[in-house]
Design a protein around this ligand. Structure first.
Ligand SMILES: [Zn+2]
Length: 427
């Protein structure tokens, strides 16, 4: 496919107009002002449109779309233990599958090309990712909240992780990566964390975990172990491998230095942190200290959507307000956070920006809309004026998954009907 005469955000996230982008197979083979020879290729008229690298949603629990709007108005610990965990304990793999597909449909319609997910039973999430054509780093979350002295290998998460690894290895594509997930400090033990971390290191896998999400969690960890959650995880060896750490709201100065030194990716989830009253993560400070920051929506139960454009808009505004600095978290920084940083944290070196040789993970925004005209600065219009409903195409590895309101790989009517059924059964 040739995107002809389109405005794009280049590999430095600078806007360039009148560009041509040729996609062949799963890759971008040309991006620039020249007209490449494109005989026989489908032509996409790019006038009035903006081509953006697709978003990486770096912290999600995708089947939690089933719990959208459920258990509202409770503090985090009660919300988790009284509402989320009991509901989730009744979910069958089949129901997880439909919830995952619903979340994936929402994400591709919003320009997300890949997501990093943490759940327990990942088998049917794998199917949903595979069938839909999106990319994902999946993981099954190790938890032992009762501190039963279990070994990592005795947990259901271990069996799920092994099975996930086998399926990833056997897949005919590299769209799905397997990671090791450790739920959080307050739901695990020293034994589980050190064994899970050793398993990840042995198998050259990344670790996905929740880190210092709430003030209470951070303070209780200090009381329990005499260490902050970051220092505790580090002591258990969890930071010996690449880590994606969700939230990072209550990090202390020394924690931030540690994350920078260990190359941990901090995932900012502003909607979830505001909605659950957790606080505001210091994204600008983390960036200045050299921490790689990414953005995630978290699950739909605490957001309550999987809209990455809304997430980066909120993240940017929050940082400006928090630091009382209009220059903080500008468009360039936010797009790097939403695209390249996510791709790097997912260990996908040929993703995250529009350049020849990279995977064709692309999103098209229709700028010919009243709230997006005129276009003085395409990046500003994207970040501060656009809505995800302005997205008219999402392509992953050169394959169109969503176009002009149509889902090309997901029977979205069937998915919504199934989800309605699943929820109504429980009323
Ligand atoms: Zn989470």
């Amino acid at each position: 496919m040739l995107f002809r005469d389109i405005t794009l955000l280049d590999c430095n996230y600078e806007a360039r107009s009148h560009q041509n982008v040729l996609v062949r197979g799963e890759k971008i083979v040309y991006a620039g002002p020249e007209m490449p020879s494109a005989e026989g290729e489908l032509i996409y008229d790019g006038r009035g449109r903006l081509l953006v690298p697709g978003f990486f949603n770096m912290h999600c629990h995708v089947p939690m779309t089933l719990l959208r709007g459920y258990g509202e108005g409770l503090p985090l610990r009660r919300w988790l233990t009284e509402k989320m965990f009991p509901f989730e304990a009744t979910l069958t793999p089949e129901e997880i599958y439909w919830g995952a597909l619903l979340g994936i449909a929402e994400m591709v319609a919003g320009g997300t090309v890949s997501f990093t997910d943490m759940y327990l039973d990942t088998d049917r999430i794998f199917d949903a990712v595979e069938e839909s054509g999106i990319k994902a780093n999946l993981s099954s979350s190790a938890m032992d909240p009762a501190r039963s002295k279990s070994h990592y290998r005795e947990l259901p998460a271990f069996a799920h992780t092994k099975y996930l690894m086998d399926r990833v290895r056997a897949a005919a594509h590299d769209r799905i990566h397997a990671e090791v997930a450790i739920h959080a400090e307050y739901t695990t033990t020293e034994r589980i964390v050190s064994e899970a971390a050793a398993f990840a290191a042995e198998n050259k896998m990344s670790v996905h975990l929740h880190l210092s999400e709430t003030e209470a969690e951070h303070a209780e960890c200090r009381k329990r172990h005499g260490l902050t959650p970051a220092a505790w995880f580090d002591q258990m060896g969890a930071f010996e491998v690449p880590v994606t750490a969700a939230h990072c709201v209550w990090l202390e100065e020394a924690d931030m230095a540690l994350l920078a030194e260990r190359g941990v990716t901090a995932v900012n989830c502003p909607s979830s942190n505001l909605k659950l009253g957790s606080g505001i993560a210091e994204v600008e400070r983390m960036r200045r200290l050299g921490i790689r920051v990414a953005v995630g929506t978290d699950g739909a139960a605490s957001n309550n959507n999987l809209d990455m454009l809304e997430e980066i808009n909120l993240a940017s505004l929050l940082q400006k307000g928090y630091y009382r600095d209009p220059v903080a978290a500008d468009g360039h920084a936010m797009l790097q956070i939403a695209c390249a940083n996510g791709a790097a944290a997912q260990r996908r070196p040929d993703c995250g920006s529009i350049r020849a040789g990279n995977r064709a993970d692309l999103t098209v925004v229709d700028l010919w809309r009243p709230h997006l005209q005129p276009v003085h600065d395409p990046t500003a219009n994207l970040l501060y004026s656009a809505r995800s409903s302005d997205i008219v195409m999402t392509m992953v590895d050169g394959r169109i998954l969503y176009k002009d309101g149509d889902f090309l790989t997901i029977d979205v009517e069937k998915v919504m009907a199934k989800v309605k059924e699943i929820v109504e059964k429980r009323r």
